[in-house]
Design a protein around this ligand. Structure first.
Ligand SMILES: [Zn+2]
Length: 465
C-alpha cells in the first residue's frame, strides 16, 4: 500500500501587509522532507511505501499570494497525479492559511486533491490548534489531528498520531467520517494555555477519546483572530468510524469549550505600553523582557512599529535597553555602508541622533541567514534594524546581529509570549498590549467577514443543538 506525505504551512494574518516571500519559506523536496517530517519510519515499518512530496513552511505573514500558493500546492498535486494509486495521503498543514482570491488554502488544496483521487483514498491532516476550520474541510479530510498544546510542544507527537490513525484506518478498511462544529468564540490566543485549567482537562478528554476504538481524532481548535474570513473561529472536530458518533462527540466538545469562554485571562503581566516601560525601568530584576504583542512578527505582523522604541527614547534610561528586530530596509540600506561608531541621524520619530553600534546579519525563521542587520546606540538604548522582517526568538538572533544579549537589562522583542529560547535570559516578562496588525484586542481589529455574533464581541447564549 502506498502513502503520499508532504507539508505546506503558512499561518496568515490578513490584516498584515507583509506577504510571505520565498525567503520566508523553508523548502525541501523528495526524501529530504523527512529531515522535518518524522513519519517515514512509522509508515515503512507498517509495510507502506512512502512517496515524499514537498515540505514548505513559512514565517507567519500576510495572506499568501496566489502564485506562491500555486507553486507549492502545485507540487503536491503533481505528486498526487503521479501516484493515482495512493491509498492514503498524509499532510501536515497549518489551518489558517488565507490565499488571495481563494480563501482557505487548506480547503482549496484538499478540494483539488479530491478531484484527482477516488473517495477510497484516505486523507489524514495534521493541523495547528490555532486553525480556522472551513465548514467544508470535514467533507474532504477523513482524519484530522490537531496539536493539543499551546504554546505548542507536541508538533512531533501530533504527526505521529495522525500517521498512526491513517495506518489504522487503512489496515482495517475503515473510511472515517469527520464532523466539525463551529464554536462562535475568539478568545485571545495568549490566554488559552493548555498547561492550565480549563484547557488541561479538556485536552485530556480529547486524548481519552482518541484512545477509544473507532475514534481517529478528537480536537479542539481555538481559532486565529488575525484572519478576516467567515471560517475564523474556534471549533471542535472529531473523526470517527461512524458519522453519528463523530457528530455527537464534536457537539459535546463544542459545548464544553463554549462553556469555558469566560475563564481565560493573562497569566503574566499584560499592560499598556507606557506601564510596561515604567515597570521595566523600575523593576529590580536583572533582565526584563517586554514583548510588543501588537507588532508580533511570529503572528504575521510587519515588525516596523516604533511605539516602544519611542517611549524608551523619551525616558533616556539609565538602564541598558535593547529594542530588537525592527523591520527597516531603508535604514539598513542608507547607513549599512558606514563604519561602526559613525554618527548618524536616524530618519524616524522626527530625526534621532545615534551612532552605529554594529553590522550584523538576520538569522531567519529557517535558521538560514536572510539579510543584513544594523544596530545603533542612542544613549543607553540600542536598537537593531533588519532589512527584512525577522523574529528574535533566541540568543542566536542577537549574536548574528553582533549584539550582546546578556549585557542588556531591558530587552524589547516583537513577540507575544516569549519563546522558550529567550526564557533563560528573562528574569521577568511583560506583555505589552500594543496596537498593530497582531493586536490581541479583538474589538480593535475591525474584522468584517467573521461570523456574528462572536464572543467576546457579543455575549450571548449558544448551543450546537
Ligand atoms: Zn498555533
Amino acid at each position: 500500500m502506498k502513502i503520499i506525505a508532504g507539508s505546506f504551512r503558512s499561518e496568515s494574518n490578513s490584516l498584515a501587509s507583509a506577504h510571505p516571500q520565498l525567503s520566508d519559506f523553508e523548502y525541501l523536496r523528495g526524501e529530504d522532507i523527512f529531515r522535518k517530517l518524522i513519519v517515514k519510519d512509522l509508515f515503512t515499518e507498517a509495510g507502506f511505501t512512502v512517496i515524499p512530496s514537498i515540505y514548505a513552511a513559512s514565517l507567519p505573514s500576510g495572506t499568501v499570494r496566489i502564485n506562491f500558493f500555486e507553486y507549492y500546492a502545485g507540487q503536491i498535486l503533481d505528486t498526487v497525479r503521479e501516484n493515482p494509486d495512493a491509498d492514503g495521503i498524509w499532510l501536515y498543514l497549518h489551518g489558517a492559511m488565507e490565499v488571495d482570491g481563494i480563501g482557505s488554502g487548506e480547503l482549496e488544496l484538499l478540494k483539488r486533491i479530491r478531484e484527482i483521487v477516488p473517495d477510497s483514498c484516505l486523507i489524514s491532516l495534521t493541523l495547528d490548534l490555532h486553525a480556522n476550520i472551513p465548514d467544508a474541510l470535514a467533507e474532504y479530510a477523513d482524519i484530522i489531528c490537531a496539536y493539543k498544546t499551546a504554546p505548542h510542544v507536541d508538533q512531533e507527537e501530533t504527526q505521529i498520531r495522525s500517521a498512526k490513525a491513517l495506518i489504522s484506518a487503512l489496515r482495517n478498511g475503515v473510511k472515517p467520517h469527520t464532523a466539525m462544529v463551529r464554536v462562535p468564540m475568539l478568545v485571545k490566543g495568549d490566554t488559552m494555555l493548555t498547561a492550565y485549567e480549563p484547557l488541561r482537562s479538556l485536552e485530556e478528554e480529547t486524548r481519552a477519546l482518541e484512545a477509544e476504538d473507532g475514534i481517529y481524532g478528537a480536537n479542539l481548535f481555538f481559532g486565529q483572530c488575525w484572519v478576516d474570513a467567515p471560517n475564523t473561529s474556534a471549533s471542535a472536530v472529531v473523526s470517527a468510524s461512524s458519522a453519528e458518533r463523530a457528530e455527537a462527540l464534536a457537539k459535546d466538545l463544542a459545548r464544553k469549550l463554549w462553556a469555558t469562554r469566560k475563564d481565560y485571562r493573562f497569566l503574566i503581566e499584560a499592560e499598556e505600553a507606557e506601564e510596561c516601560v515604567r515597570r521595566a525601568l523600575s523593576g529590580p530584576e536583572k533582565r526584563i523582557f517586554i514583548t510588543d504583542s501588537g507588532d508580533n512578527t511570529t503572528a504575521g505582523a510587519e515588525g516596523d512599529r516604533l511605539e516602544l522604541l519611542s517611549l524608551f527614547l523619551e525616558e533616556k534610561p539609565s538602564k541598558k535597553v535593547c529594542v530588537a528586530g525592527i523591520t527597516g530596509k531603508k535604514i539598513v540600506d542608507e547607513f549599512g555602508g558606514l563604519p561602526d561608531g559613525a554618527p548618524v541621524t536616524l530618519p524616524i520619530l522626527g530625526g534621532v541622533p545615534a551612532s552605529i553600534l554594529s553590522h550584523g546579519e538576520i538569522l531567519g525563521w529557517t535558521k538560514e541567514i536572510i539579510g543584513r542587520s544594523l544596530a545603533f546606540s542612542v544613549g543607553n538604548v540600542d536598537v537593531i534594524f533588519t532589512e527584512y522582517r525577522s523574529a528574535f526568538i533566541e540568543k542566536g538572533n542577537f549574536d548574528h546581529a553582533n549584539t550582546d544579549l546578556p549585557s542588556y537589562e531591558v530587552v524589547v522583542v516583537k513577540l507575544g509570549y516569549l519563546f522558550d529560547g529567550l526564557k533563560p535570559f528573562a528574569d521577568r516578562e511583560l506583555f505589552a498590549l500594543t496596537g498593530g496588525t497582531s493586536c490581541v484586542e479583538l474589538s480593535r481589529l475591525g474584522l468584517k467577514r467573521i461570523v456574528r455574533p462572536m464572543y467576546p464581541l457579543e455575549d450571548f447564549e449558544w448551543d450546537p443543538a
